[in-house]
Design a protein around this ligand. Structure first.
Ligand SMILES: [Zn+2]
Length: 252
């Protein structure tokens, strides 16, 4: 008899525990909801992937735009602008001379190709920090004032800016401009200039301040100053016969 009661008791306890488990089911279902979300995860994670692809294709387009950034007297850089820089191959530049990391390979390759043709390109002015640009500009203002004592400070600065860019308006601060070998107009009579005239565009460089474009660039003829715009742009700009300002105005 006692055994029957005990068995019944065990049976009741078992049934109660089952009911209790069923009662718990909703709380079990709650964690099952997130797990059903987990099932969606591959889908939702594929969305970020596709949007990442979109982002990266956008990034590629953005990547291209840095090559054509216009910096001149009317389009200054943001103060404090600092490109990512890499040391230029020391066969072609002094230690500490740097250039935009995204274009450094093309610069080194161009200098290497020239060397192979027996032409030694030498970087005399690469990326420039603002303190240097400011010092250069102030020194040029003093030279102008020395030659033109009647000039006001403003007049002297305006004239100085056609030779040395004002702080934050130099492509050298952008990190995409190089002065080669000599900052004399006679550079146009050198083997280096002839080589650059023939090949620079293949490596993404243009002579940035051509003769007869002074009024548009705001800068004197500088056969030694080359600007990186990427091979595709450089070839198109060279073929157009336009300076960068004109080209951007017409095609961008
Ligand atoms: Zn220059």
């Amino acid at each position: 008899m006692f055994k029957k009661f005990f068995a019944l008791f065990i049976c009741i306890v078992f049934c109660l525990s089952l009911v209790a488990c069923k009662g718990d089911l909703p709380t079990i279902e709650i964690p099952s909801e997130p797990s059903s979300q987990v099932e969606y995860l591959p889908q939702s994670s594929s969305e970020p992937e596709s949007s990442e692809e979109e982002t990266s294709s956008e990034a590629v387009e953005e990547d291209d735009s840095w090559k054509m950034v216009l910096v001149n007297g009317w389009h200054p850089l943001e103060e404090g602008f600092m490109p990512d820089l890499t040391q230029i191959d020391t066969r072609f530049a002094n230690e500490g001379y740097k250039f935009d990391s995204r274009a450094i390979e093309d610069l080194n390759a161009m200098c290497q190709a020239a060397l192979k043709d027996g032409v030694k390109l030498w970087v005399i002015s690469p990326w420039r920090r603002n303190s240097t640009q400011t010092a250069n500009f102030n020194a040029q203002v003093q030279r102008v004032l020395a030659n033109n004592p009647s000039f006001s400070k403003e007049q002297a600065e305006d004239e100085a800016a056609t030779v040395v860019a004002r702080p934050w308006t130099s492509e050298h601060q952008l990190g995409l401009a190089i002065d080669f070998n000599s900052v004399e107009e006679s550079f146009e009579n050198t083997a280096q200039f002839r080589w650059l005239s023939e090949h620079a565009q293949d490596y993404g460089f243009i002579m940035r301040y051509p003769k007869s474009k002074e009024a548009i660039t705001g800068v004197i003829y500088e056969p030694w100053h080359y600007r990186y715009v990427g091979p595709e742009n450089a070839k198109a700009i060279k073929a157009s016969g336009l300076c960068l300002e004109e080209y951007l105005e017409k095609y961008k």
